[in-house]
Design a protein. Structure first.
Length: 58
């Protein structure tokens, strides 16, 4: 497991790894936001992204 306690051996490889990790995390967050559903029974009621911005999917 990487702790970041010392400099990486291959700085360019490390940057490439961070770039790919960034893409994976971003994709996961977007998929979660799009897949989420509204919670009308919660306090306060929360609308899902598709309900709030439905024209974005038209």
């Amino acid at each position: 497991m990487a702790t970041g306690a010392r400099e990486p051996r291959d700085v360019f490889g490390y940057q490439e790894l961070l770039t790919h990790a960034d893409a994976v995390v971003t994709r996961a967050v977007v998929r979660a936001v799009v897949a989420a559903t509204s919670t009308p029974d919660s306090t306060p009621p929360m609308r899902c992204y598709r309900e709030a911005f439905g024209t974005a999917f038209a």
